[in-house]
Write a protein that binds this ligand. Structure first.
Ligand SMILES: [Zn+2]
Length: 250
């Protein structure tokens, strides 16, 4: 899999449904570069770094995390750059860093709802040896938002209200008119697959107010601003008419 170039400063490695690997972003400043999300394992990070080197780019100096879910964070121990997460994400990382990866502990977490079957299935597919899983907290932690100057290019990390998780962080690059939204657009897998209409409406409004051309999503192809807003508005229509606030598909 090769890196896709979007602009002179923006690249991405597409998502891989096989083991639920999310899209990984790359933002190139004059001085530093930033990776968006840490991937789901050391193997995923190695694949990303290989594609970076093949494109003659520098390995990331920073890694911005969009939310705590395993597929976006379990590669944190293998990345080259300093990892950056918002406070809420980091608290979840601290909790997960204490998790045991035995059959007993894993099935117990499914019973208590700490983890979900969808993650459990994909973790087993990604990791041949479950003991290889190593979860660590971030190097840099911020509250609400953070601005990073990569040299001639500013990146803004912002914790936003979104239906997927309360720690949803967007990575916005105003000058390049792109935004990485992780899974913020999606349902909450850890809250009975709920699609919260109020949070979704908030998220749509935030996107509408943001100036960008392209939006990068965690588990599907990039969309234009009009496409993502259209798509989310139609989802909003469905859940507000059904009024049960639930949706099964991703
Ligand atoms: Zn997620």
């Amino acid at each position: 899999m090769v890196l896709t170039k979007v602009t002179e400063r923006i690249y991405f490695l597409e998502n891989d449904k096989e083991t639920d690997r999310p899209l990984l972003g790359y933002v190139k400043g004059d001085k530093y570069s930033l990776m968006v999300d840490a991937g789901n394992s050391r193997n995923h990070v190695e694949k990303f770094n290989d594609s970076i080197e093949k494109s003659n780019l520098r390995l990331p100096d920073y890694v911005a995390i969009t939310h705590w879910h395993w597929d976006h964070t379990y590669g944190m121990n293998a990345v080259t750059g300093k990892t950056i997460a918002c406070e809420i994400t980091n608290e979840r990382l601290k909790v997960m860093s204490k998790w045991q990866w035995t059959e007993e502990a894993m099935s117990k977490r499914l019973l208590t709802g700490e983890d979900i079957e969808f993650a459990d299935i994909n973790i087993r597919k990604e990791y041949k040896v479950l003991q290889d899983i190593k979860v660590i907290p971030a190097d840099i932690v911020f509250k609400n938002d953070l601005e990073i100057n990569l040299g001639g290019l500013v990146v803004i990390l912002k914790n936003v209200i979104a239906p997927h998780s309360e720690d949803s962080v967007i990575v916005y690059v105003p000058e390049e008119k792109v935004v990485f939204i992780g899974d913020a657009y999606s349902i909450d897998f850890y809250d009975n697959y709920k699609y919260d209409s109020v949070k979704l409406q908030n998220f749509i409004k935030m996107l509408e107010s943001l100036e960008f051309d392209t939006c990068f999503l965690g588990h599907s192809s990039p969309l234009k601003k009009t496409e993502i807003i259209e798509c989310l508005k139609s989802e909003y229509k469905k859940i507000s008419t059904n009024n049960d606030g639930k949706k099964i598909s991703k």
